[in-house]
Write a new protein. Structure first.
Length: 322
């Protein structure tokens, strides 16, 4: 197998077995193993799952209610409020500190999900035009309500963009060629804002599962990508909670899946029915208590930790050099 950045075989070696979070996903990731390129400091799956299986997975399965990592059990109105989570305000502070959003007319969100960040940006910059690529059937309605023009295929896009954002999507792809397409879609003075997991040795030592990630990035691997595609960093940062916390939350996610999805799925569905019966103010009061408990819990003290190599995510802003 060849490295997904330098395309060389010389420095590629087996790294580890591929760990499934949900055993039913074996039909997609069967035979997958993780290999690393020493030269590029990047790891990747081989063999990669077939495109048709991945397309079906991300269109119809990935955000299925009660399934990790999302465990979506809220009603539609609750989903609209996810953009108010601390995570998205952290994105806002980071992005608006480094990019002059008043000069951004067209924003493209690759792997947009529900388009939370673009939606918040448009609240502050009403003239912003929002575009996206998102195939997930669970996201399309909200994207449309929020004013996104969605393309399921990048080849359909004829626009040029001032800002491209891609948050936790690159690790789901089968190659790094997407950066070539980003460069073609970017205006001369445009910017790319990305965030992915920080896949250092410590990440691999502590990880609980791999699915559905296919490429595992580090700071050095992004430096190689920037050089290959004639991109330059405006900023490179480490973000979010420490890697040790990521392991704990992954374990909690796995336990929640095993407890609630496998053995108590019918009960969880019953709770959805109850939510439609119980007065809204009672549900809101309970949710507020839960949020307060979560914010004050010891586990969340370092939710947005300092910019160190031990953080669980890496992020950056890139521009074209030519």
């Amino acid at each position: 197998m060849n490295c997904v950045i330098c395309n060389s075989k010389e420095n590629v070696s087996f790294r580890d077995k591929y760990i499934l979070e949900i055993e039913d996903d074996i039909n997609i990731f069967e035979g997958a193993k993780i290999y690393s390129c020493k030269n590029c400091d990047i790891s990747f799956v081989f063999p990669m799952p077939p495109d048709n299986k991945l397309d079906e997975f991300y269109k119809n399965v990935y955000r299925t209610p009660y399934r990790p990592p999302y465990f979506i059990t809220e009603d539609y109105e609750d989903l609209k409020l996810h953009c108010l989570d601390d995570r998205y305000f952290n994105y806002l502070v980071y992005l608006t500190s480094l990019v002059d959003l008043s000069q951004v007319k067209k924003l493209y969100d690759f792997g947009a999900g529900n388009g939370d960040l673009g939606y918040l940006l448009k609240k502050k910059f009403p003239n912003l035009e929002l575009y996206s690529t998102e195939s997930d059937k669970y996201c399309k309605k909200l994207l449309q309500e929020r004013g996104y023009k969605n393309f399921e295929n990048l080849n359909e896009i004829k626009e040029k963009f001032d800002l491209i954002i891609t948050l936790h999507s690159l690790e789901h792809l089968t190659s790094t060629d997407i950066f070539s397409k980003f460069c073609n879609l970017l205006n001369k003075d445009g910017r790319i804002f990305f965030e992915v997991p920080n896949c250092t040795k410590k990440y691999f030592d502590l990880r609980v599962s791999d699915t559905p990630h296919l490429i595992f990035y580090t700071k050095k691997s992004f430096e190689k990508i920037a050089q290959l595609y004639n991109l330059e960093f405006i900023n490179f940062s480490y973000a979010f909670y420490p890697i040790e916390y990521d392991r704990k939350f992954s374990l909690d996610s796995k336990k929640l899946y095993e407890k609630n999805y496998k053995s108590k799925l019918s009960f969880m569905r019953f709770k959805i029915i109850l939510k439609k019966i119980i007065p809204k103010f009672i549900i809101n009061f309970r949710r507020d208590l839960y949020k307060l408990k979560r914010i004050n819990s010891e586990d969340r003290v370092n939710w947005f930790a300092n910019n160190t190599g031990n953080n669980s995510y890496i992020r950056g802003i890139l521009k074209k050099t030519i």
